[in-house]
Design a protein around this ligand. Structure first.
Ligand code: HEM
Length: 804
């Protein structure tokens, strides 16, 4: 036995030694070729530096300054050539494309079938099938869809311009580009401008945000030990499949609400699976990208007969259709909205450029768009109109030269041994284009300083690899024409009506504030970019600081909470005189005013909206309860609200009216009993040693209230089963601590009455006009999870207008 153990141990050690020497040998790659490489760590290579730097490409640019136009780095042990020599790149991206037709193979290739990650013939076939989706004819047909989404954006901008406030336009750009891609890619109208928390948007944000798979430990492991790639990808897929199975097959048997979290990626794939299946069952005639791909899917070649090559090449599998639709959602939304944000930032800084653009736009002919029957959309700038904008073209190119976006994808992997400009490149080596160094290279972009924004520099013919914002060669960005048309149509409409001016914080916070300029063009706007992100908390504190200062400078008579706190702030006691206790106790510091306003924003928004969401969920499930509520509401007296001069608002249910709703009161209590929200705060810490019911409690000990156990306790809430929704149970007097949704005692929720009035007024108006019906996804997407509050994922319902 001992001998077996020794042999195993020896074998293991020998393997380790072998692996050590293998790694050492791999690290000779650049040395042997005389290529410079920055210092690196054993096993990690340069990954630690890359992971820890906020911008991958800024890090590459820094190294290029030190090590020249061609140098090497190691991703783990994998050799990567970082290049900013345009001739070398032309060789790799274009002339030797047959060798370099693939990006570095990662676990994403095993996880999703789409253009971006796939390799070899799989990529070629998909590209061949999808390319025609982006021809001029197809894009023309999509332009009314784009204009429809721009209309929604323009409505929102008008609201801001009427108020004259400061706001973040990047958010609106994100919404419009997501709207456009959902309409054009798979024919779903999500109306994000009016529905900003749409689940698709959240999931895509999650997919590309902090939870992106690229930052996950599993992905990093595959970077360090590429040999684990396939197995970890399979594990990842199996894990998602298991969760889906449990969510759809197992949990519904146990509970109607509990669901396991799916990763955003898996969630999107599953959702699109359903859409594709629906489209297959009931085909519709839409000119979207999904439709074009579905046509290719139906042409699946018969494996048993000798199909001609053309047919085999014109086919997409179902997984590819789904994978590419997700890819379009991700690639088509984030890139285009960010390009628009940078464009807005530049326009705010360069009024001369803005003026030239507006002059060009004002000269545009008004073409009638024949691709739509909508008379309003017919007259907006369409595909044909915006092709006349030569200055706009140069402007967008200059924006993307100075602020390139899709840099991570600018890479090619050698699929055979080859030689490029005298350098031996082994199969498997990857070449990264260092886009910042290229886009700011004086030799490529001079004689004018490349750090100056100058659209006219694009009049001069440059090296074919000088501009790489959309990549280069046969594997460049497939959505380029789509993105450019969208950006041009949007900017044309925006600049026709508005002028963008810089705000005070433009440089510090990348924000632009509105000021009126011309009669017809007033624009308020802001573009925020990722580089200078503040934490949300710091951002809110700073913003409120400004508001408080403005209010102090120019007091206004408003009956809001801030005003009440400001009055208290003005009563600051004089430290040098003996103020009476009453005055000292009625004072708030400026930081307290600001801090409490933030607290009200957070506590007052998430909790109340969640309570409303749960209430709606319950109403969709219990038509009998809904009916009782509506009957009660229909009996309401119509009080006239004396607190407003607005004649319309006067007649809506107000504070006094909704105090008559006793069934509503019980209903809300029952909702919050079954779905308590703010549980995290239900705790008290002993500030002295004490004894509670015979238990010695030391100073510093915390007591948590277990609200779920209390709210579902049969002794406290019986005799009816506490798991049944029954508003009437609140008629019975219960233990004073049986209901803890708003906490208890002197430190209970200070906003309780505010929240209850808001919920009652809103539900009253909603139910006066509508009946709530369950949507198909009501149960499957309810998914309660806990963040700071305990929240549902989504409430899918239908509304039925009531007869008046
Ligand atoms: C301003 C907007 C956009 C920018 C700056 C951008 C940039 C890029 C870049 C740099 C690449 C890599 C090209 C290469 O390796 O040579 C790429 C690839 C790609 N882009 Fe875009 N993109 C934009 C918009 C879009 C849109 C709207 C879509 C889809 C509707 C899209 C879909 C894709 C796809 C699928 C690929 C992979 C192509 C392949 O591997 O064959 N992109 N993009």
């Amino acid at each position: 036995m001992f001998i077996v153990f020794l042999i195993l141990l020896f074998g293991f050690l020998a393997l380790l030694v072998y692996y050590y020497f293998l790694i050492q040998q791999r690290y000779q790659y650049f040395n042997q070729r005389g290529i410079a490489t920055p210092p690196f760590n054993f096993f990690f290579g340069h990954l630690k530096t890359v992971w820890n730097h906020p911008s991958h490409h800024r890090q590459l640019e820094n190294w290029t300054k030190q090590y020249g136009k061609i140098y090497g780095i190691y991703e783990g042990t994998h050799p990567i050539l970082v290049v900013s020599d345009p001739d070398f790149l032309q060789e790799v991206f274009i002339k030797q494309f047959s060798v370099f037709h693939t990006r570095l193979v990662t676990m994403l290739d095993d996880v999703s079938s789409n253009l971006g990650f796939s390799t070899g013939s799989k990529w070629r076939r998909q590209r061949h099938v999808i390319n025609p989706s982006f021809t001029a004819v197809k894009l023309k047909a999509m332009s009314p869809l784009i204009n429809g989404s721009i209309n929604d954006l323009m409505d929102k901008l008008l609201e801001h311009s009427n108020i004259g406030d400061e706001f973040n336009i990047y958010l609106y750009y994100k919404r419009v580009t997501m709207d456009v891609i959902c309409r054009c890619a798979f024919g779903v109208d999500i109306d994000l401008q009016n529905n900003p928390n749409h689940i698709y948007f959240q999931k895509v944000e999650e997919l590309i945000g902090v939870h992106t798979i690229l930052k996950s430990p599993i992905y990093k492991m595959t970077q360090l030990v590429p040999e684990t790639r396939s197995i970890l990808a399979r594990l990842y897929l199996a894990h998602n499949t298991a969760r889906k199975y449990i969510n759809t097959r197992v949990l519904p048997l146990i509970s109607s609400t509990k669901q396991l979290d799916e990763s955003a990626f898996a969630w999107l794939l599953n959702r699109l699976h359903t859409i594709v299946e629906q489209r297959q069952k009931t085909p519709i005639s839409r000119k979207d990208l999904l439709q074009l791909m579905l046509q290719a899917m139906n042409k699946e070649p018969n494996q048993n007969t000798a199909e001609d090559d053309n047919k085999t090449n014109h086919w997409l599998s179902k997984d590819e259709v789904i994978g590419n639709t997700v890819a379009f959602m991700v690639a088509g939304y984030e890139t285009t909205s960010t390009a628009l944000a940078y464009a807005t930032y530049v326009l705010a800084k360069h009024p001369d450029v803005l003026k030239k653009l507006q002059d060009e736009i004002d000269q545009l002919p008004i073409d009638n768009d024949d691709n739509t029957n909508d008379e309003k959309i017919k007259e907006y700038p369409n595909y044909d109109t915006v092709t006349h904008l030569s200055y706009m073209d140069m402007f967008i190119s200059e924006v993307l030269r100075m602020y390139p976006i899709g840099n991570f994808t600018l890479q090619r992997c050698a699929m055979e041994n080859t030689v490029v400009q005298g350098i031996n490149i082994e199969k498997g080596t990857t070449v990264y284009a260092d886009i910042y160094s290229i886009h700011y290279d004086r030799e490529l972009w001079g004689p004018d300083d490349p750090y100056i924004f100058l659209p006219e520099r694009h009049k001069t013919k440059r090296h074919p690899m000088a501009f790489m914002a959309f990549g280069a060669g046969p594997r460049n960005c497939i959505g380029m024409r789509f993105a450019l048309i969208e950006i041009k149509m949007l900017l044309t409409r925006l600049l026709r009506e508005y002028t963008i001016l810089p705000g005070e914080h433009l440089e510090i916070r990348f924000q632009i504030v509105a000021r009126k300029l011309r009669n017809t063009r007033v624009l308020p706007l802001i573009s925020s970019t990722k580089q200078l992100d503040e934490s949300a908390f710091a951002w809110l504190l700073n913003r409120l600081h400004t508001i408080v200062e403005q209010r102090q400078k120019t007091p206004i008579s408003r009956k809001d909470l801030l005003q009440l706190m400001l009055q208290a702030m003005n009563k600051e006691p004089n430290q040098n005189t003996a103020e009476d206790d009453n005055k000292t106790n009625h004072w708030l510091s400026k930081d307290e005013v600001i801090g409490n306003t933030v607290a009200f924003m957070v506590a007052g928004y998430e909790t109340t909206s969640t309570a409303l969401a749960y209430a709606t969920y319950v109403l969709a499930k219990h038509p009998d309860v809904l009916k009782k509520l509506q009957d009660e509401i229909d009996q309401l007296p119509i009080d006239s609200d004396d607190n407003t001069n607005d004649e319309k608002i006067k007649e809506y249910p107000n504070y006094d009216t909704v105090t008559h709703l006793s069934y509503m009161d019980m209903f809300i209590s029952e909702v919050l009993r079954m779905y308590p929200i703010g549980n995290f705060t239900l705790q008290r810490c002993a500030m002295e040693n004490t004894v509670v019911q015979g238990i010695n409690i030391e100073k510093g000990t915390t007591v948590y209230a277990d609200i779920y156990s209390i709210h579902y306790d049969r002794e406290l809430w019986g005799p009816d089963d506490p798991y049944i929704f029954l508003p009437e149970r609140h008629k019975t007097k219960r233990h004073p601590m049986a209901f803890m949704a708003f906490g208890a005692g002197p430190r209970n929720c200070v906003g309780m009455r505010f929240a209850l009035i808001e919920i009652k007024m809103l539900l009253t108006r909603l139910l006066q006009e509508y009946t709530i019906l369950p949507g198909e996804h009501l149960e499957s997407n309810f998914n309660i999870h806990e963040e700071i509050a305990i929240v549902p994922e989504a409430i899918w319902i239908k509304l039925l207008k009531r007869e008046t």
